[in-house]
Design a binder for this molecule. Structure first.
Ligand code: FES
Length: 114
């Protein structure tokens, strides 16, 4: 597993970018649960964010792509509006314990697609 940050480093309703072994990913905490996704929009295959750590829409209830406005469910990564509607962000395995938030290895498999 790869350590990402302490639990306090990703507060409720916040999003945060991480980079592990050259893999770009981001995390969102919602209702206490951390969700990790590959930072790649299914529309154009590019990172979703322009600003560091900004992955959510104004209401902080959906993941937002800064490029063409696609919106994704935080819990599943499903795109519910925008040019890639019906497609998915690629979820990554997450583990949280008393030390903090971990990405379940191996991160490189994230490039394999699912
Ligand atoms: S690249 Fe994300 S909506 Fe177009």
């Amino acid at each position: 597993m790869h350590f990402l940050c302490s639990s306090q480093g990703l507060a409720e309703g916040q999003s945060r970018a991480f980079s592990v072994d050259g893999i770009e990913l981001f995390g969102v905490r919602r209702q206490g649960q951390v969700h990790l996704y590959h930072n790649r929009c299914p529309h154009r295959g590019i990172p979703l964010n322009w600003a560091e750590d900004e992955f959510l829409d104004d209401s902080a209830s959906l993941i937002h792509c800064a490029h063409h406005g696609a919106l994704f469910l935080i819990e599943s990564g499903e795109c519910v509006a925008g040019p890639c509607e019906g497609r998915q962000l690629q979820a990554l395995g997450c583990h949280e314990d008393s030390q903090g938030i971990w990405l379940k290895a191996p991160a490189a498999r994230a490039d394999g697609g699912r």
